[in-house]
Design a binder for this molecule. Structure first.
Ligand code: DWN
Ligand code: SAH
Length: 406
């Protein structure tokens, strides 16, 4: 019997993706034989509404001194985090000499804006290589995992926080009770918590099942987050849907009763009800949609191979590890994956072992088709790659449906 990580009710999987490697586990041929794998099954808890992985690798296996994801690889995301920081400063930092804490601050893509504004800040980032980039920019960073004991140490050293921020990390943490407990003691009585993560509603609607991989323990909804924070005397006071990472939700949370609750919260809960996010049938349908999407993508790639077309992957995302392994995409279907991140280049993709090459390899010899693994950055990439299209290149996407873009 497996129990919900949030409310401890018994849960069962609704989809089994099979044995999966680490989403960011790019590797060299001499490591193929000892590649780590875990059984990737996903469950919905009917009691508290949380969608979650049943197994997950240890945190040290995923987040360490060779972490492969650097937030600064997207210029649009840098702009997004500038706007996020400006919003926090303008609307929530009203006390004198405010103190801002960010969990999962990575290379400092968000906190750099607080440094520029001269605001007291602290980044918490256990992956030492990405944290070093932030430290080199002058961002104060603790290279440890955030949890309740660390929250207590931060209070002793720096005092309580006016704002606790997090982007694309809250959903990564199976020991989330310790996180929320830590936040509840670290946050000043009048402070705010703001965090954003890929939104369950978007994943279900767009069949973006590649948001499910080792690092993403949870897919959140307003219902499940409301339930979790309520246990620690906090409440959601606003929700702000975001277009980033294929559809995210930003949750604004405060100690219960300290701030007005926006009507957006109830409105979003109504949307979730209409989407049927509280029903087990929704997840059975989602599984069938995933199977269909997988079959269509494989059919298309096999047809293109039969026609002798060259297909190259664009963006060695962690998400693409779910796509390549669940669909069974091999290097004879996708020749290589182009990526701008030096630490990924020259390595092979997790599980599928497709070579990852520098962006220059894509530009120097355009393929017939580019499979857009970084589909969440479509706007940025389409703009950048007008020459590929002008040269006759075509894009393949699979979210929200498998299609060749004309
Ligand atoms: O939640 C997470 C998000 C924020 O970042 C983490 N668990 C891990 C990571 O997920 P991801 O790897 O799926 O993120 P991205 O942002 O979709 O990755 C984009 C990849 O594509 C990077 O490796 C950089 C690369 N890229 C590129 O080669 N050319 C990106 C852009 C925009 C480009 O123009
Ligand atoms: N916030 C950035 C990075 C997201 S990737 C962005 O949105 O682009 C997730 C990051 O969270 C990784 O850098 C990882 O090292 C970090 N992380 C994982 N567990 C953590 C924890 N318990 N405390 C703080 N950071 C954590």
């Amino acid at each position: 019997m497996i129990n919900c990580l949030i409310c401890n009710s018994p849960i069962e999987p609704f989809i089994d993706f099979g044995s999966m490697p680490l989403g960011n586990g790019f590797l060299l041929p001499e490591q193929f034989n000892e590649e780590y794998r875990f059984p990737m099954q996903v469950s919905f808890c009917p009691a508290c509404g949380m969608v979650q992985l049943l197994d997950q690798p240890d945190r040290e296996q995923m987040f360490h001194e060779n972490y492969a994801f650097f937030s600064g690889t997207s210029r649009y995301m840098a702009q997004h985090f500038k706007e996020f920081a400006d919003h926090v400063i303008a609307d929530y930092l009203t006390d004198d000499d405010p103190f801002v804490v960010e969990m999962g601050s990575n290379d400092g893509i968000m906190l750099q804006n607080f440094v520029t504004a001269g605001i007291r800040h602290l980044g918490i980032e256990p992956s030492k290589n990405v944290a070093q980039v932030a430290i080199d920019k002058g961002i104060t960073t603790v290279t440890e995992f955030f949890d309740a004991p660390l929250a207590r140490r931060i209070i002793t050293e720096y005092g309580q926080a006016d704002a606790f921020l997090a982007a694309n990390v809250m959903c990564h943490i199976p020991y989330i009770h310790s996180i929320v407990e830590g936040i509840s003691i670290l946050l000043k009585p009048g402070g705010v918590v703001m965090f954003e993560d890929p939104y369950l509603g978007d994943v279900i609607e767009k069949i973006s099942y590649d948001q499910i991989y080792d690092e993403h323990t949870f897919l959140f909804s307003v219902a499940s987050i409301g339930h979790l924070f309520e246990r620690y005397g906090m409440e959601i006071i606003d929700v702000e849907p975001q277009g980033t990472h294929g559809g995210s939700m930003r949750y604004v949370i405060a100690h219960k009763g300290t701030r007005a609750v926006s009507a957006n919260v109830a409105a979003q809960r109504d949307i979730e009800y209409r989407l049927g996010l509280h029903l087990t049938e929704t997840y059975d349908k989602f599984r069938r949609n995933c199977e269909n999407s997988r079959d269509q993508l494989m059919k298309l790639l096999c047809e293109l191979r039969a026609q002798g077309k060259r297909v190259v992957g664009y963006g060695a995302t962690s998400k693409s590890t779910t796509i390549t392994n669940y669909c069974g995409i091999t290097p004879d279907l996708v020749e290589f994956i182009s990526d701008t991140t030096p630490i990924k280049q020259g390595k092979f993709s997790p599980g599928a072992h497709i070579p990852v090459r520098p962006y220059e390899s894509f530009v120097q010899d355009y393929p017939d088709y580019a499979l857009l693994f970084a589909w969440n950055h479509k706007r940025e990439i389409m703009k950048k790659e007008e020459a590929f299209r002008a040269a006759g290149g075509k894009w393949i996407v699979y979210v929200p449906q498998v299609e060749i873009l004309d």
